[in-house]
Design a protein around this ligand. Structure first.
Ligand SMILES: *Cc1c(COP(=O)(O)O)cnc(C)c1O
Length: 424
């Protein structure tokens, strides 16, 4: 096997994580307040405060604090009226929690391919989707890695076909498109306070809306759907999805640091960008004219002609080292060898064993045949020579870089240095 220059970059003394919680001390005060006042349940001041803070930050009328972003998405899918057998268009390159709630309600996700400009749902492919599946009434769209997608165009396509939008802003809290915060574009919107997100409660999520009626429904459903009666009275199925007042204390303590976290993440992104100058790679792109990302995760994409050979099975991955070239597998192994955590790009949903039989739409139509051709030899479009399955292309050539906001510039320089050795 070909040997590259021995990696001489010293391992990091302290592990650098992909993205870990960053606490500031205020969180503990609010948790303590909950404890000392005995509001140790799913009601209390912390919950009211985080709902107020979220509305103030994002610019919506109502927020309902829930146990997870996934719970918020589930409530959104219910409100959107998804029924068993209904097809629902979903972002393809995203975390599985974007699409699983569709299945909870018996819906059938149909995945829409990704575009290269922001790595989010391609509005052109979505339009194609409505040609193939004219009955679809709901679109679930995520903003991956904190980068706003082409939400205005996506909304326009959905509007034209009378479909509603569920916006998954779990990764993009604080990011904006044309001055408007993500989490306000959908008919139903969700954010997350999971441990690795831009701010965290250790867990938690929120449903955001301007509709009083929808907010009230989510409040009711998420607290076991109790009717207004002296006893436990039920007319609808309920859920135990409300946020705990203890968790809300953590979120409350984090909110004032959202902008600080974003500034740190942005500095990390820019440092990578500069550090990779001269390498055959690009950073995860965004529309600088119309959007401001929250830079939650920094990612890189290797140029096509700088990719060494890499094969991925269902559980493991192999590559052939080559001078002047590299691949995500080599880079991830190399940064891991110096004690830093990266991650492959979120594996597209249409490639997941559980969703392998679901529909997948690309710009050119039904994507399934193209995916198979791509696996066989790299099918490209006759028009522009680009791959037909863009999600798969980004998954093959891209990776998430260590993006922890507690990473020092010195630690990041070492990570950059060791990545540079991969291309020697
Ligand atoms: C984290 C995440 C979710 C789910 O949020 P939880 O709070 O972990 O349930 C949903 N969608 C995306 C894109 C996410 O990254």
């Amino acid at each position: 096997m070909l040997e590259k220059e021995t990696n001489t970059v010293k391992p990091l003394e302290q592990k650098v994580w992909l993205s870990s919680p960053t606490m500031h001390g205020d969180e503990l005060e609010y948790v303590k307040e909950a404890y000392e006042t005995n509001w140790m349940s799913t009601v209390g001041k912390n919950i009211n405060e985080v709902e107020r803070l979220a509305c103030e930050k994002v610019g919506c009328k109502y927020a309902v604090a829930l146990s997870a972003g996934t719970a918020a998405l589930h409530m959104a899918v219910k409100l959107a009226g998804v029924k068993p057998g209904d097809k629902v268009f979903c972002s393809d390159m995203t975390f599985s929690a974007t699409v699983n709630p569709v299945v909870y309600e018996g819906g059938e996700p149909v995945f829409v391919d990704t575009e290269y400009d922001t790595w989010n749902m391609d509005p052109v492919a979505l339009e194609k989707g409505f040609e193939l599946y004219p009955d679809v009434k709901v679109v679930v769209v995520a903003h991956l890695y904190g980068t706003p997608g082409k939400i205005e165009q996506i909304k326009a396509v959905a509007d034209r076909h009378g479909a509603k939008i569920i916006e998954d802003a779990a990764e993009s809290l604080g990011a904006s498109y044309k001055g408007q915060q993500t989490g306000t574009f959908g008919n139903f919107n969700a954010i997350s306070f999971n441990g690795n997100k831009i701010i965290t409660g250790s867990a938690g999520g929120m449903f955001l809306t301007d509709s009083k009626e929808d907010a009230e429904k989510v409040r009711k459903w998420s607290t076991q759907a109790r009717e207004n009666a002296p006893w436990y009275q039920h007319e609808e199925v309920g859920y135990n999805y409300r946020m705990s007042n203890v968790i809300a204390g953590v979120v409350r303590g984090q909110f004032p640091y959202l902008e600080e976290h974003i500034a740190q993440k942005k500095a990390i992104y820019e440092r990578y960008q500069k550090g990779f100058e001269g390498l055959p790679v690009t950073m995860n792109p965004f529309d600088a004219e119309n959007s401001v990302p929250n830079f939650w995760l920094s990612c890189m994409l290797i140029d096509r002609d700088a990719m060494c050979r890499q094969v991925r099975g269902e559980q493991e991955s192999l590559y052939l080292p080559e001078h002047g070239k590299s691949c995500p597998t080599e880079i991830l192994e190399t940064i891991s060898s110096i004690n830093a955590e990266g991650r492959p790009i979120w594996k597209p949903m249409h490639m997941q064993p559980i969703y392998r039989m679901n529909g997948f739409v690309t710009r050119e139509g039904n994507g399934r045949a193209k995916t198979n051709a791509y696996i066989a030899g790299g099918a490209v479009s006759e028009k522009d020579g680009l791959p037909l399955d863009i999600s798969m292309d980004i998954f093959n050539r891209g990776l998430c870089l260590p993006s922890d906001n507690k990473m020092t510039p010195e630690q990041q320089d070492r990570i950059i240095e060791v990545i540079r050795t991969c291309f020697e």
